[in-house]
Design a protein around this ligand. Structure first.
Ligand code: M6R
Length: 616
């Protein structure tokens, strides 16, 4: 969840590290720090502060760092030890020759700390990370170089880790390691300079030539390049690849927040994703990266979709696609529940994981369980080269570009488009769809970017409707069928952005309990589009209105009956039922955004959250 950046090369490191930390701040934002190897030699210079990068900037402004061409930086999402200056990374050992930044949890840190204390090491923080610095220090003192010291240290650590370290004994060198699923270590190849980061976002301003460390790999960089090794001591071959992400597209531009930009980018992100996965004339699917997975589409007997949070909601929409379009039994599961349940599955089940980052630990662990069971796997992912794309047998890529807002928006809609394409491909391979129907579905999906764009033209009117939530502390979101995941996602957006308590519920469940909550102060957002269950949700709205509950309904344009019945209605254009989720989520994103904005929330970096969750 934390952000890591390292630089070595011919330029001054500090501005590069600080800019990188700003690019990474969405990964964690409770404290930040940098360490530099001074050009004049001597011990690393460390600056670290509790709070956002601005606090670190101010500290460095007050006490400037020495000139240096090698350094590391970190932005933290606290696990062990509260946010504080002392607990901020980088950490040093008893001496100050080695500095470490870390993402993950050292599960045996208490035992290691006791053991190190007995040997005379003194600790200055409450973090698990500090034990890594002390272990590295011992290994260096016993004569190992930094790469060997990192290998020896990793051998002592339980749990998943991403670690980067420097030592004043090896100027111009940084070493990184990845064990398990604590997050990526990405190596950036520049001109006469090299970088490491937890995230592509911080590398893109410098290079698009990158390599991803696999599990149990290490890397040593200096300004001339990178050498790779494995934890068991052998050399590793890792080839850099050129990613097509455009750094300019990652800029916030004229928008007040990244999230606003990303909501507004959805038509383009959808068009790019759809364009990457199919052609309309002639109607043809172009899912090129299914590789070994394609034959399985024909053989499997069922599909299981897994994900977390917003991606789980996209997976729930995907279940409809596999059942309705490919007529394959499909189910969904929360990845973190799935992995501990000893699920019954084997080669007859296609596991489809959905993860925009491709680095969410719960999803990766679920994929390991699926792999051990012999189930074929396809991942829906927005991050080329990420871990889910390496573990799966095939990938369907979304082309949403970098998403910097912690709350997902464009990666939700593009994941749904990718799932639609995968369900079509599955139906085609299994002979379950005629050419005409395939062409119709392709045309329908290709029309969605424009429809979503039309929705967004009403941004201000939708935002105005959020006025009714000005004083409310609880909101119920109801949906049925393919609109249920949209109700869940609308509620998630509302709570994470505005901190208003919001519950997403299957509308049919309402009478089985939640209706007891309804009173004039407990409003309901009802997804009441034109899908086959519309008449049922009309009844639910009647029941709420009969109990003096307020209803904001999301209805199809021209649905005068519902417009009259609800206290207020927001309309979506008529679209095929299966694609309605893409249109209906837009007003819910805007409602959450406007509610949060009116309450002065930190929209891009809501409290307690991190963009990519790499700890359990
Ligand atoms: O990177 P992933 O899609 O695997 O992330 C999964 C969730 O952490 C994520 O969808 C989260 O729920 C959203 N950012 C919330 O808006």
């Amino acid at each position: 969840m934390c952000g890591i950046i390292a630089y070595t090369g011919s330029r001054q490191a500090a501005p590069i590290l600080l800019a990188g930390l700003r690019d990474l701040e969405y990964r964690g934002y409770d404290s930040a720090g940098v360490a530099l190897l001074p050009e004049s030699g001597g011990e690393p210079a460390v600056a670290k502060r509790r709070g956002k990068i601005a606090e670190l900037d101010a500290a460095i402004g007050a006490k400037p760092l020495p000139p240096a061409r090698t350094g590391i930086g970190h932005t933290r999402w606290a696990t062990h030890g509260a946010p504080s200056d002392a607990n901020a990374h980088p950490h040093t050992g008893s001496g100050s020759e080695v500095v470490v930044v870390h993402n993950g949890i050292v599960e045996n840190y208490a035992a290691l700390r006791a053991e190190l204390s007995e040997r005379g090491h003194a600790f200055e923080s409450e973090t698990d990370t500090e034990t890594i610095a002390h272990l590295l220090e011992e290994a260096l003192d016993s004569g190992s170089d930094l790469l060997a010291a990192m290998r020896e240290t990793c051998g002592r650590l339980a749990g998943s880790q991403a670690i980067v370290a420097l030592t004043s004994r090896e100027p111009g060198v940084a070493v990184g390691a990845r064990i398990g699923h604590a997050g990526a270590v990405v190596v950036g190849y520049g001109e006469g300079e090299m970088l490491l980061s937890s995230d592509l976002a911080a590398l893109l301003p410098h290079t698009r030539d990158v390599a991803f460390l696999a599990d149990r790999q290490l890397v040593r960089i200096d300004e001339r390049g990178a050498t790779y090794a494995t934890l068991d001591g052998s050399a590793a071959e890792v080839e850099p690849r050129t990613v097509s992400l455009d750094p300019a597209s990652a800029a916030r531009g004229p928008y007040e927040t990244y999230m606003l930009k990303e909501i507004m980018e959805q038509p383009a992100a959808l068009a790019d994703t759809i364009g990457g996965l199919m052609t309309v004339e002639p109607a043809r699917l172009t899912l090129d990266d299914l590789a070994e997975a394609r034959p399985w589409l024909e053989r499997v007997e069922r599909v299981l979709l897994v994900g977390m949070g917003t991606s789980l909601h996209a997976a729930m929409v995907g279940r409809w696609y596999f059942e309705q379009i490919a007529r394959l039994p499909a189910d969904i599961d929360n990845a973190s529940e799935f992995r501990y349940r000893e699920p019954v599955l084997g080669p007859e089940t296609l596991v489809v994981s959905v993860s925009q980052s491709g680095e969410t630990v719960d999803v990766l662990e679920a994929m390991n369980v699926a792999r051990a069971s012999g189930a074929p796997q396809i991942t829906i992912c927005n991050t080329p080269g990420s871990q889910t794309t390496r573990v799966a047998d095939g990938a369907v890529h979304t082309y949403a570009g970098l998403e910097r807002g912690v709350a997902s928006s464009k990666t939700f809609t593009t994941s749904i488009a990718a799932l639609f394409a995968l369900a079509l491909e599955t139906a085609r391979v299994r002979g379950r769809i005629s050419d005409d129907d395939l062409a119709r579905h392709v045309r329908d999906l290709a029309a969605m970017p424009e429809i979503v764009g039309r929705q967004l033209e009403s941004f201000d009117a939708i935002a105005k409707a959020a006025d009714r939530f000005r004083a409310t502390e609880h909101i119920l979101f109801l949906g049925r069928g393919p609109a249920l995941p949209i109700a869940l996602e609308g509620a998630l957006k509302m709570k994470e952005l505005s901190y208003v308590h919001a519950e997403g519920y299957a509308a049919g469940e309402m009478k089985h309990g939640p209706i007891a909550l309804i009173d004039p102060k407990f409003p309901t957002v009802a997804l009441a589009g034109q899908h086959a269950l519309r008449s049922k949700i009309v009844s639910n709205i009647e029941q709420i209105r009969a109990r003096d509950g307020e209803v904001l309904a999301i209805v199809t344009e021209g649905d005068d009956e519902l417009i009259a019945l609800a206290n207020e209605a927001l309309t979506v254009p008529p679209v095929p039922a299966l694609l309605e989720p893409l249109a209906a989520i837009v007003p819910l994103q805007v409602l959450a955004y406007a509610t949060a904005d009116a309450r002065g929330r930190d929209i891009d970096q809501p409290r307690n959250l991190a963009k990519t969750v790499t700890v359990e």
